[in-house]
Design a protein around this ligand. Structure first.
Ligand code: PRP
Ligand code: URA
Length: 209
């Protein structure tokens, strides 16, 4: 069964509130998506394994800890997921980056795939799929299905705002995928937008509306 974690860290909540505000500029919105992704990565990587190493400090040789070299990949769902990549790779510079292009058909709300390029060695990697919005869940379900065809070690989904409908659909379709978000909102409206949400994440990041 999927684990569903909603991060209640005060810095994340504060930044998310600024993002929700319709008067926040694209520049600020972009910076905040990236900052929240960075903070969430800090939390999501809490279980990374460490190994013992020796290090020479200017004073003496000592035993210390280093990451045990777990291989990670981050896969943004285009477009809006791109806004989160920078924050993740600032924390995990060795992560490989894949891309999945999906958009929601405005009438049917079904995801339409137009691009998929994943790291060659993805079967050796733990994957973090990033997309700020989990609305009906259709895009995330499709992205995870695509990635699973390449047999990664594991998949986590990391988003900013989720609707209950999206969490239910994603965890039902992929019960082996843990879901991490900064907020669980109230519902979807008749156009499939999250309420209260923050509007269209892609348009707000790229200033396209
Ligand atoms: C948004 C968002 C998700 C999707 C979520 O993308 O970034 O990918 O909607 O909705 P769902 O859970 O109902 O599938 P959008 O389709 O607007 O594409 P864009 O990022 O290219 O604007
Ligand atoms: N996609 C968005 O960008 N926002 C929503 O509220 C729902 C889907």
């Amino acid at each position: 069964m999927s684990k569903v974690v909603i991060f209640d860290h005060p810095l994340i909540q504060h930044k998310l509130t600024i993002m929700r505000n319709k008067y926040t500029s694209s520049k600020d919105f972009r910076e905040l998506v990236s900052e929240i992704a960075m903070l969430m990565t800090y939390e999501i990587t809490r279980d990374l394994p460490l190994k013992d190493v020796e290090v020479d400090t200017p004073i003496c040789t000592t035993k210390a800890k280093k990451l045990a070299g777990k291989k990670l990949a981050v896969v943004p769902i285009l477009r809006a997921g791109l806004g989160m990549v920078d924050g993740v790779v600032k924390m995990i510079p060795s992560a490989r980056i894949g891309h999945i292009g999906l958009y929601r058909d405005e009438e049917t709300l079904q995801p339409v795939e137009y691009y998929c390029k994943l790291p060659k060695d993805i079967s050796d990697r733990e994957v973090i799929v990033v997309d700020p919005m989990l609305a009906t869940g259709g895009s995330a379900i499709d992205a995870v299905t695509q990635i699973k065809l390449r047999n990664p070690k594991s998949i986590k989904f990391m988003g900013l705002i989720a609707a209950p409908e999206g969490v239910e659909a994603l965890t039902k379709a992929h019960p082996d995928v843990d879901v991490y978000c900064a907020a669980l909102d109230e519902k979807l409206n008749e156009k499939g937008y999250i309420v209260p949400g923050l509007g269209d994440a892609g348009d707000r990041i790229f200033g396209t509306k």
